[in-house]
Write a protein that binds this ligand. Structure first.
Ligand SMILES: [Zn+2]
Ligand SMILES: [Zn+2]
Length: 95
């Protein structure tokens, strides 16, 4: 019986850039990156309304939920409760 000596590769948690992910703007226009037909990297602005896209929690950098329905509903980070957008709610039409 020989116990093979295996070098333990402990990978410290690094802030690896996400390979793929989902995001949305404050008007709930969703987007994704890293998928075959999608841009390779997160893009900064919504292509529908020009609002900034959010790809990760601004506080803890957790990725947004990749389940599409959950992504649409999400306004706050699941891990720290920080609102993804300053308003917290979709801005109502002015007037
Ligand atoms: Zn938008
Ligand atoms: Zn968070």
């Amino acid at each position: 019986m020989s116990a093979s000596l295996r070098t333990k590769r402990t990978r410290e948690k690094e802030r690896m850039p996400l390979e793929r992910g989902v995001g949305k703007c404050e008007n709930n226009h969703t987007g994704s990156f890293g998928y075959p037909t999608r841009p390779a990297e997160p893009y900064p602005f919504c292509h529908k309304c020009g609002k900034p896209m959010v790809w990760t929690c601004p506080n803890c950098q957790s990725p947004l939920p990749d389940d599409s329905s959950e992504l649409l509903e999400a306004r706050f980070c699941r891990y720290c409760g920080t609102p993804y957008f300053e308003n917290g709610e979709p801005s109502a039409a002015p007037g």
